[in-house]
Design a protein around this ligand. Structure first.
Ligand code: SAH
Ligand code: SF4
Length: 380
């Protein structure tokens, strides 16, 4: 689909930059009745119609007024690549030329979209391809929700995005205002109408922003832990020097919004010779004591920007077995989309192998998509 020209002149505001409550207020300031915001949201988010001229339950005058002074899309598809396992990576270009990635992961029971929140990332984790890019800018709310709008154009008519994970490029909690407004749209019954528990926000540990996020909506929180000592975590996640383990875990332990029904998902990327010993597993169990949690162990995805690699399978299984035997819920994730650089931490907007430069949606196939195979070993 065509994206309007760069935002210049009067047309500077994007309809998708506002939650419904904010759009109602914004319309009221322009002398437009508030309920028209609800109608517009229905077209944008439920019916996928972006051109106000086609919003047929609005008056002709209002359609022209909106088309003349607002833009309504933020990203265009610049390329896509599909993995043998069905994972689809989208390269999406913003009006200023910035490119971000979103990854659509079809599984038997659900279809998950992994969204980006920043162009690059300022936190420079040593094992992450996005971190190696450096930081360009935050994404706007419109650019975050447009990842859903573009991705769903690739789905078959009977498919829908059931889950959203904020685990693409960037650190969501360093862009909380735009992320919050996007979450409001995701959960609004008049916009994307998703249940908050189907949304997961991953952070590398921006401690002061965790409570504001959890108070916004009962979404899931994932915390990228990756290490059990400050010395190792300082190396892997430099943000640890600002918010060390005891501060991060202390904040989570004190957090009222975290409970057994709403545990923290701890991401633990297993890296050979760095954080994969039985001692690490035992320290992890000790650190998480008192915090309702689930541990997601993820094999390190190798990429050219780091020399790290995943441990052998038996080493990873020994690690998860120790954690499991101590009574914690733990899964060892199998990487999806590895062949197209769409797995965790491989998102660097440089295009995967087999990339199509042809823009434009294409149905992902007729029947149900390949079942996951995501979890190679699930415990608890
Ligand atoms: N910035 C946020 C969210 C995006 S990263 C965060 O760091 O939590 C999504 C997940 O992928 C994080 O847990 C991150 O640590 C992990 N990750 C990054 N690079 C990886 C790699 N090369 N292999 C495996 N996981 C990686
Ligand atoms: Fe940023 Fe997350 Fe990558 Fe760290 S792991 S550099 S916080 S995207």
């Amino acid at each position: 689909m065509q994206v309007e020209a760069k935002t210049t002149g009067l047309k500077t505001e994007n309809l998708k930059d506002h939650s419904l409550a904010a759009l109602r207020e914004r319309f009221a300031r322009d002398g437009i009745a508030r309920y028209h915001a609800d109608q517009v949201a229905g077209w944008l988010y439920q019916r996928g119609v972006e051109d106000p001229r086609h919003m047929t339950d609005l008056s002709m005058d209002l359609r022209e007024q909106l088309a003349g002074s607002w833009i309504s899309s933020a990203l265009e598809v610049a390329g896509h690549a599909r993995s043998v396992d069905g994972t689809l990576k989208l390269l999406l270009r913003a009006h200023d030329g910035a490119v971000v990635e979103a990854v659509l992961i079809p599984e038997e029971q659900r279809t998950t979209l992994c969204v980006s929140t920043q162009v690059g990332c300022p936190l420079a984790c040593s094992f992450c391809a996005t971190g190696a890019l450096g930081f360009t800018r935050n994404l706007s709310t419109a650019e975050i929700v447009d990842q859903l709008c573009r991705a769903r154009e690739f789905l078959a008519p009977d498919q829908r995005i059931s889950n959203v994970v904020f685990m693409g490029m960037g650190e969501p909690l360093l862009n909380l205002p735009a992320v919050s407004e996007a979450i409001r749209l995701l959960v609004d019954p008049k916009a994307f109408a998703m249940a908050p528990r189907r949304i997961t926000v991953s952070t590398s540990g921006v401690v002061p922003k965790i409570r504001p996020l959890l108070e916004l909506a009962p979404v899931n929180l994932a915390v990228s832990l990756h290490a059990t000592t400050n010395a190792v975590r300082d190396e892997l996640v430099p943000l640890n020097r600002r918010f060390p383990l005891e501060q991060l875990l202390g904040a989570l332990r004190d957090e009222e919004q975290v409970n057994r029904r709403r545990p923290v998902f701890f991401e633990y990327t297993l890296i050979e010779g760095v954080n994969d010993t039985p001692g690490d597993a035992r320290r992890l169990v000790g650190l998480l004591r008192g915090i309702p949690s689930k541990v997601n162990a993820i094999p390190m995805n190798a990429h050219p920007d780091s020399g790290y690699r995943a441990p052998k399978l038996e080493v990873m299984e020994r690690f998860t077995a120790i954690v499991h035997e101590a009574g914690l819920r733990v899964t060892l994730r199998k990487n999806r989309g590895d062949d197209i650089d769409a797995a965790c931490g491989q998102l660097a907007a440089r295009g995967g192998r087999g990339e199509s430069e042809e823009p434009g949606p294409r149905s992902l196939s007729g029947g149900p998509l390949e079942p996951g195979g995501r979890v190679v070993k699930s415990q608890g």
